[in-house]
Design a protein around this ligand. Structure first.
Ligand code: SF4
Length: 409
């Protein structure tokens, strides 16, 4: 959208106060995300922006509420999001098709070293907690050629890491008889991307065969980052069934051990929901034991919140909010503990880090922060800023907030 506004002669500004118009892309994945979206719109209105355009999942699900917020000019549902800029500016949508795709960095402090490229949208599954699929519609994939153009443009713009994203990334290509591994193979073959990372992958979309992409004997495998984010949601078979997830603890266990056998030191991270309707003490205990067993390299715990229109919101046995929170803390601590022991394995090793931020520390030089290939957050000092460089770093010890402290080689 920013690119299209620019192509039409508009300027993207850093400070809200300087904007004539703001576009807010809302989220509805949890009640909290929806509340944050509303707070953001109000905050932008208070900062003096008189024309706010609201889009994204929350706006699609609650268009009237979105429209009633101060200074909202228009609400654009997800299905018309692609034409948001052309519609607002009264331009034919084809006017952007011929524009060269240039990825200039957006102004502001948060420079992007990693480019997030969306290759897929929507989902054909109906997990009973998920509102995203209602808000986004059925799954659809972008063709390989279009994704390649985007990857090339991001690389020309200086990005060192490409992250492939999608609402249901693992289903990419299924409507035209392809699999995500075909897209990955094409990107590694057709581009010089130094680092290619995959975002969240539903476990049932993968098989042991998929991990052959990381086969060390293929020259390009090292450019594919050893990191898999596999949402588990629950480690209890009965809960998973009520969630309508197409996975079981047993199939998840087999998948993770196949991944670990094929990709040395792979980071397997996850998402878990705490307090899904009907989750008894026994189910929770089973889930927690499975989380311990999987030894995840990290993850997120979401406290269950009923989303209107979903199957789970209609289930009668809703877990009390206080208990959901308590289970969240317990799961969070379990993930923290396994994440810590995963990090500890790399203390004393040398790893390559892409620096995402640098800040000047006076006579001490520059403090840099970035990610290793297997998604460990690392900080180090350097005599000059090295933003967007990939350096070899020796990892010395664990610092604050789960970051490893390292020294430049
Ligand atoms: S697979 Fe993912 S996006 Fe699709 S319904 Fe389930 S949680 Fe939602």
């Amino acid at each position: 959208m920013a690119r299209q506004f620019r192509a039409a002669g508009h300027e993207i500004v850093t400070l809200t106060e300087k904007a004539d118009l703001a576009v807010v892309n809302t989220c509805a994945v949890t009640n909290e995300a929806a509340a944050d979206s509303r707070a953001k719109i109000r905050q932008i209105g208070r900062a003096g922006v008189n024309e706010i355009v609201v889009t994204g999942c929350w706006a699609t699900l609650q268009p009237q509420q979105a429209n009633d917020l101060p200074n909202v000019l228009r609400v654009i549902p997800n299905e018309h999001k692609d034409g948001l800029v052309s519609g607002l500016l009264n331009l034919p949508s084809e006017s952007f098709d011929l524009e060269p795709i240039a990825r200039e960095p957006l102004p502001g402090l948060h420079h992007r070293t990693r480019a997030f490229i969306k290759v897929q949208d929507g989902c054909d599954n109906r997990c009973t907690f998920c509102v995203t699929t209602i808000a986004r519609g059925d799954g659809r994939s972008r063709p390989v050629a279009e994704v390649l153009l985007d990857v090339q443009a991001a690389l020309q713009g200086g990005s060192k890491e490409i992250v492939l994203t999608g609402v249901h990334l693992g289903s990419w290509g299924q409507e035209f008889g392809h699999h995500l591994r075909d897209l990955i193979t094409a990107i590694l073959r057709e581009t010089d991307v130094p680092r290619l990372r995959l975002s969240s992958l539903e476990p049932w979309d993968l098989s042991a065969e998929f991990f052959a992409l990381w086969d060390a004997s293929s020259g390009s495998a090292r450019r594919l980052m050893p990191h898999l984010h596999l949402p588990l949601q629950s480690g209890c078979a009965a809960t998973l069934k009520r969630m309508a997830r197409k996975t079981t603890p047993q199939s998840f266990r087999e998948l993770v051990s196949a991944a670990r056998a094929a990709i040395p030191e792979v980071a397997v991270t996850t998402d878990i929901i705490a307090g899904f309707p009907g989750e008894t003490d026994e189910e929770f205990a089973e889930s927690l034991a499975f989380v311990h067993e999987m030894d995840f390299a990290g993850g997120h715990v979401f406290t269950y919140s009923p989303r209107p229109g979903t199957g789970a919101a209609r289930l009668r046995e809703q877990v009390k909010p206080a208990l959901r929170k308590k289970r969240n803390h317990i799961l969070h601590d379990a993930l923290e503990e396994s994440a810590k022991s995963y990090r500890q394995k790399f203390v004393g090793q040398t790893m390559s880090v892409l620096w995402e931020s640098t800040s000047e520390m006076g006579e001490w030089g520059w403090r840099m922060e970035g990610l290793t290939e297997n998604y460990l957050r690392v900080t180090a000092m350097a005599p000059s800023p090295r933003w967007n460089e990939i350096n070899e770093i020796r990892l010395n010890n664990e610092g604050e907030a789960g970051k490893l402290c390292g020294t430049l080689k």
